[in-house]
Structure formats: C-alpha cells, structure tokens
Write a protein that binds this ligand. Structure first.
Ligand code: CA
Length: 230
C-alpha cells in the first residue's frame, strides 16, 4: 500500500511508454489505457488515485471521459490532469470546466508533469505524496513501513498500518466505518463493517503500548478520527 496508482490514458504509444517509465521511476504504480473506452473500464477495475488524460483519444474523447468521471459518485473527486496538443485559451478553460484538476500542453517535460502530479496530489490529499507523515508524536514512514511514537517504534500488522496511514493523512477528520472500509480494504471487497472496529482496536492498543495516550477518537455513531493534539 502507500503506493499511488496513476492511470495514463494516451493513444500515442511512445509518449505513454515514456510517461510510464518516468512515473515508475518516481515509484508510482502506473497503468496505461490507449483509448477512452479502455480508460473507463480500467478506472472502474483498478480505481487509480490519479488519471493523466489525453484530450484527443480514439472511441471516447478525453473531454467526454472527464465529463463521465465527474458525473459518477465514485470518481467525482478523482484527480485528473489533462494533456493536449492545443494551446488555445478557450480549450484550456473548457478542459478545466469539464472538471480536470490541471492541464498540460504538449510538448511538456516529464519533470513538469511529475511536478504537476505531485502538486495535484498534495492539493487533493495532503500528505499522500509524502514519504514521511507526522501528526503530534506519531511518525509514519511509508517507504520503510515504520511507525514511531516519540522515540519508540510501534509494530503494526499490514491492515493496522493502512488504517493509520489513511487516518494520518487527514488529522482530525472523522471517517465512518464504511469510508474506512473503502479506503483500506477497497470498495470491491466484502468485509463486515464491524471488522473496522476490530482493527481500530488493535491499532489503538499498539499505539498506546507505552501509555502515551490514545490518539484515536471514537465519534459515537459516526466513526473514528486521529487527533493531532493528543
Ligand atoms: Ca492523442
């Protein structure tokens, strides 16, 4: 986990391969779709964290893909960066109006694209693109999968790690059990909602092993939040 999945939707094979290589080097998990139809299918199946979407595509155009994604509840907030050969201001505005988060005009450097990807991810989900996130005396290192509380290392199971990793990206925000299920287990997996309570219980116990206080707040009938100040 902690890997950010990016789907590149681009029919120019050479460009798609170049982007795949360069984003892969930045340790993103990268997929490719070569037309609008394939893009819709892959977004459905793979639930990427961000989509790089070419404007001119066979079958279903980029702008139409963007429009469709914005009308579906599951993908309404999916970050989209549009690519285009057109540089006209009117097209730029149209792209953003359709719901793209950012816009790059071809030709662009891969460094520029990577910078935009990181900027969009930071804006949409603070902390997502960071290797290390800290809240209060808690530090989550996503590269080494280590968790520290003060100077003590905390050992977590993979599910507890993913739970903490999700909560720490949005300190103070209350997540319902369903939201945590979708974020940590995935929306296509059938898991009892109560399972979340079990793993929150384990996470709590591990985090409070040295009696530094419980950083997880239970909000009655709403869900859980990670508190920054505890
Ligand atoms: Ca194209």
């Amino acid at each position: 986990m902690a890997e950010t999945r990016i789907l590149i939707v681009e029919d120019e094979e050479a460009l798609a391969t170049l982007l795949e290589y360069n984003l892969g080097k930045e340790s993103f998990e990268v997929g490719i779709a070569s037309d609008g139809e394939e893009a819709m299918l892959k977004i459905d199946e793979e639930a990427p964290d961000l989509v790089i979407l070419d404007w001119m595509l066979p079958k279903v155009s980029g702008i139409e893909v963007c429009r469709r994604l914005r009308t579906k509840p599951e993908t309404r907030n999916l970050p989209i960066i549009m690519l285009t050969a057109r540089s006209e201001e009117a097209d730029r505005i149209r792209g953003l109006e359709t719901g793209a988060d950012d816009y790059l005009t071809k030709p662009f450097s891969t460094n520029e694209l990577i910078a935009r990807v990181r900027a969009v991810l930071r804006r949409i989900r603070p902390g997502l693109a960071e290797d290390k996130v800290s809240v209060g005396d808690l530090i989550v290192d996503r590269v080494s999968h280590r968790v520290l509380r003060g100077d003590k290392e905390i050992h977590l199971g993979p599910t507890e790690f993913r739970l903490l990793d999700h909560l720490i990206q949005h300190p103070g925000r209350v997540f319902s059990r369903e939201q945590l299920l979708n974020a940590v287990w995935g929306s296509d997996v059938f898991v009892e909602v109560r399972t979340v309570d079990v793993h929150i219980g384990r996470l709590r116990k591990a985090l409070n092993k040295h009696k530094q206080g419980d950083p997880i707040r239970t909000v009655r009938s709403a869900g859980y939040a990670l508190e920054a100040g505890r």
